[in-house]
Write a protein that binds this ligand. Structure first.
Ligand SMILES: Cc1cc2nc3c(=O)[nH]c(=O)nc-3n(C[C@H](O)[C@H](O)[C@H](O)COP(=O)(O)OP(=O)(O)OC[C@H]3O[C@@H](n4cnc5c(N)ncnc54)[C@H](O)[C@@H]3O)c2cc1C
Length: 449
């Protein structure tokens, strides 16, 4: 059932709150046929598809750069968002080929062993007696019924339960869950739905990627090559503050006071930021609930540079899981001579660093690394951190469905009259960058049909 509703974040839990109607400038002429909100991969790809079809659009991006969660931070020369893709990502691979993007195959480098630091002891490899947190998760999981298709994750409410319950049913202890929390890419396995894990697992199984690829020189050149093909420049620093759908047209207003009127609007904004936008549109009930409540995974990365390969000195693998606040130490290099390591902290663990100044984070990390890996002493330096949970343009790294939330999916992606939804969180089948691209293609057909 469709109903007109006003949504604005109130700072308190609950559904949309009725506001006085937004001032829709009925007399303003249409600025364009389609207005796209958000200049990440999904927004850019959609603009590119519309342009190839000869359709008119304007793309508004809130920040001062394009790419969204594909983010090569030039100040530290690191990709801090999505960077790895499988060669089975059909949509992204077709764009990569179309733009002659140079890729690096990192499959073998990525599969190198990982050490475990637990209770003050560094265990060398995965076959040590210590349980490998990553494997713990999969062993337990593998005994459960798996999904038969990529898009089943939102169609099987009878399988939807808290992830930790499934892991415990298969023999994991509370202590094991603490370890899994370090490695599973969710806020907390004691709260998140197992449907996220089922979906990821189905994506790995059915997407049939054989190789893992990185973008040579970071994701920025790829993103810029899409933008360069667009005849209309992306309008940056246009933070959308309100969307008013009169039923005949939509008026979008930005924080600089400008407004744009179009026949249809496509929001690619993560729901974590869309819920800050004042909206007047015909949302269905599940859609409204999803916009207000869909969870987003918090990730904080602490990027480091090493002057020497300290792991070759102490003989343990470069990457490791730890039971310290640094959680995972990842070797993000694509080959031996690249110097990229980062601590990767997920979910509830991120709060440890949230209250620290950057100087304190740097000092803590270098000291802790030195305790865990004495060989790193004097050989690593702090580059910078990326706190995705607090980054105002995303407020989280990716959508994470809570128990019962997957059942909202099919309603939450339906057009609300003239307002359409794309973005990673709206993909039926894929995850990550491929999800962003898949969603752009879906909405492209919604618009042109
Ligand atoms: C740390 C991290 C690691 C990842 N690793 C991988 C990986 O290895 N492989 C993979 O495939 N995927 C990975 N991903 C996921 C992948 O990067 C994303 O799924 C994809 O880039 C999302 O694209 P999008 O267009 O849906 O959203 P976004 O890129 O987030 O685009 C949304 C845009 O909207 C803008 N915006 C927000 N609010 C407003 C507003 N009010 N007004 C105007 N504009 C606004 C934002 O600035 C942003 O540019 C990772 C993501 C993160 C954060």
């Amino acid at each position: 059932m469709k109903r007109r509703s006003f949504i604005q974040k109130t700072g308190i839990a609950g559904l949309g709150v009725a506001l006085s109607p937004l001032a829709c400038t009925k007399t303003k002429a249409l600025d364009t046929e389609f207005l796209i909100l958000g200049g990440g991969l999904s927004g850019l790809y959609l603009a590119y598809l519309l342009e190839k079809e000869g359709r008119d659009y304007i793309l508004l991006e809130g920040s001062g750069r394009i790419g969204g969660r594909m983010f090569t931070r030039k100040d530290i020369n690191r990709d801090v968002g999505g960077k790895g893709i499988g060669d089975g990502y059909a949509e992204v691979m077709s764009l990569i080929n179309e733009f002659n993007t140079e890729m690096i195959d990192i499959t073998d480098y990525m599969n190198s062993p990982t050490a475990i630091y637990k209770d003050g002891v560094l265990h060398n490899t995965w076959d040590s007696k210590e349980p490998n947190p990553r494997m713990l998760q999969y062993i337990a999981f593998g005994k459960e019924k798996q999904l038969g298709a990529l898009d089943e994750w939102y169609k099987r409410p009878e399988l939807d339960e808290v992830y930790s319950k499934v892991l415990k049913r298969n023999g994991l202890s509370e202590a094991d869950l603490d370890l899994v929390n370090i490695t599973a890419n969710y806020n907390d396995v004691r709260e998140t739905s197992v449907m996220n894990a089922y979906h990821s697992s189905a994506f790995r199984k059915y997407n049939i990627s054989k190789r893992v690829l990185n973008f040579k020189g970071g994701t920025a050149p790829f993103i810029e090559s899409i933008a360069k093909r667009l005849k209309k420049p992306v309008l940056k620093n246009k933070m959308v503050t309100s969307i008013d759908d009169s039923g005949e047209s939509v008026l979008v207003t930005c924080n600089d006071g400008t407004s744009y009127k179009s026949k249809k609007v496509v929001s690619t904004l993560p729901f974590s930021t869309l819920r800050d936008v004042k909206m007047n549109a015909s949302f269905n009930t599940n859609q409204e609930k999803a916009i207000q409540n869909l969870n987003y995974t918090k990730i904080t990365q602490i990027h480091l540079a090493h002057s020497e390969l300290f792991w070759e000195e102490d003989g343990s693998p470069a990457a490791m899981w730890t039971d310290t606040p640094l959680e995972r130490v990842m070797n993000l290099s694509s080959h031996r001579d690249e110097k990229q390591i980062a601590c990767w902290v997920n979910g509830t663990g991120t709060t440890f660093f949230d209250t620290m100044s950057e100087k304190e984070v740097a000092a803590y990390t270098i000291k802790k690394m030195s305790e865990i890996r004495p060989a790193s002493t004097g050989k690593i330096e702090y580059l910078g951190m990326q706190n995705w949970g607090k980054y105002k343009y995303n407020k989280g790294a990716y959508a994470e469905f809570g128990v019962g939330q997957a059942a909202w999916f099919i309603d939450m992606i339906k057009p609300a009259s003239n307002l359409h939804f794309a973005g990673e969180h709206t993909a039926h089948m894929s995850r990550g960058m491929e999800a962003a691209a898949e969603s752009a293609k879906r909405v492209f057909f919604e618009l042109i049909n």
